[in-house]
Design a protein around this ligand. Structure first.
Ligand code: EPZ
Length: 424
């Protein structure tokens, strides 16, 4: 397994271009199953999860070509409606083919994703919503089977705002007969991006970005082209890296409006943040101040930035309380940060972080995508060498991370598994 080796202490300075949003690209690719012919999707990040979604579409029988950051998909005719366990277990977002398959083909067999490092991650709300739309749902031998002659519009209330649940149900309702209203829908920008792509192809959707979605089903969707929105979590990660190293980093090709909560917290912690159209500059010459964070569904502070913020607070002045309200156990980064000298106390779903003047580099283990990002941020500021192992977690959601960080002045390299060390 590859590892990333960082020698900390370099101030990050310069510009970094933000890639397309993984969590928008995934439902957008899955939505090509809804029919309509060749779709050309641009600004698609070359990250493992997106390549996995392409592989899944290929297994279903779609033709997928993904060159650079451009994907061309023809999924209007497929020869299978089964998403196999061996693939779903590597990427839980595979569940996003469930709604489109049952809406377009009247049936779907998708492996239950199973839990992961950040929590049990149930899909009960996806299934309850599809049942409301008239699908017969059964779970046998670890697989979800969904069947329906033609889905019928319904009023659906989601007990909790679920991002992929809202996406699954919005895609399914696009081809249902009649009107569907989804209440307490998630409002993440990735949902709005998916809705915009579906609307381009003839879907009739109102309210994307609010907590009430109204979808008037149509018989079929046309083809469409789309440019994926920038990745707000990647953007926040590089801003945090710039602030952590007391640097001066500008991110480009981003959407500041998707980053409001993160920018507010960086300012509260004492960083200077300048916002232009698609550019955000962060400067943090002095030691940051401890600040409290509470993760919430959009537009609140994103749970996908929690680990990065915790890393930032480990070297801030004073104490910070970080409360995780979205997932039940998203603290896998804590033990690893402690190995670097961080002073963090876990109290239920809250972390109490006592800022220290410095961290020390250490070999640490990545456990999930965003925890790995937190460890990279800590390693950039720690004194000495940090080796982040199992970086396949990082590769799921960050495009060329070591290249982008090196261009900002970081001393960072990827060591292939089994490669001789450079002796440094
Ligand atoms: C999406 O996951 C993202 N993944 C996650 O990003 C992100 O952390 C999460 O939303 C929250 O923002 C993609 O978009 C591919 P949820 P999702 O359904 O949809 C509970 C990353 O790092 N819930 O919004 O799986 C659930 O347990 C990944 O890029 C149910 O109880 O998250 C959680 O507590 C990690 N039943 C809460 O809702 C359900 O049927 C929010 O989960 C569905 C969800």
């Amino acid at each position: 397994m590859d590892k990333i080796v960082i020698t900390g202490g370099q101030r990050l300075c310069g510009e970094v271009r933000i890639s397309g949003a993984k969590n928008a690209a995934l439902p957008i690719l899955a939505s090509t199953i809804l029919g309509g012919g060749e779709c050309v999707i641009t600004n698609v990040p070359r990250v493992a999860d997106v390549l996995t979604m392409g592989k899944l579409l290929g297994i279903l029988g779609a033709s997928v070509s993904h060159e650079g950051n451009r994907a061309v998909i023809r999924a209007e005719v497929i020869h299978s409606t089964e998403a196999p366990y061996d693939l779903v277990k590597t990427m839980r977002a595979s569940v996003l083919v469930l709604g489109p398959l049952v809406a377009r083909w009247g049936e779907a067999k998708v492996s239950l994703p199973g839990g992961c490092a950040i929590g049990s991650r149930p899909v009960n709300l996806h299934l309850a919503g599809l049942e409301k739309l008239g699908a017969d749902i059964s779970i046998e031998h670890g697989y979800i089977t969904a069947k329906a002659k033609r889905l019928k519009g319904a009023r659906i209330y989601c007990d909790t705002p679920t991002v992929t649940g809202t996406e699954n149900l919005m895609m399914a309702a696009s081809l249902a007969e009649g009107t569907t209203v989804i209440e307490n829908a998630a409002k993440e920008p990735e949902i709005t991006d998916l809705a915009n792509f579906l609307i381009k192809r003839g879907a009739r959707i109102e309210g994307a970005g609010t907590d009430v979605l109204t979808i008037d089903g149509v018989r079929e969707l046309q083809r469409g082209d789309h440019e994926v929105i920038p990745d707000r979590i990647e953007a926040g990660t590089y801003l945090a890296a710039g602030a952590m190293t007391r640097g001066d980093v500008t991110i480009t090709h981003c959407r500041p409006a998707h980053l409001e909560a993160v920018l507010m917290k960086l300012r509260e912690a004492g960083a200077e943040v300048q916002v232009e159209k698609e550019r955000v500059r962060v400067m943090a010459p002095d030691r940051l101040k401890g600040t409290d964070v509470r993760t919430l569904p959009f537009p609140g502070f994103p749970t996908d930035m929690q680990a990065q913020m915790v890393a930032l607070m480990t070297m801030a002045e004073g104490t910070s309380v970080v409360t995780e309200t979205v997932f039940e156990s998203r603290f896998m980064h804590v033990e690893e940060l402690r190995r670097m000298g961080a002073d963090i106390r876990v109290e239920g779903n809250r972390l109490v972080v006592a800022g220290r003047p410095g961290l020390t580099g250490a070999p640490v283990m990545a456990s999930d995508l965003r925890a790995s990002a937190g460890l990279i941020i800590a390693g950039l500021a720690a004194s000495g060498v940090t080796e982040v192992q199992r970086v396949y977690h990082l590769d799921r959601g960050y495009e060329r991370i070591e290249e982008k960080l090196r261009a900002l002045g970081a001393t960072i390299e990827r060591r292939k598994a089994g490669a001789a060390t450079t002796g440094r």
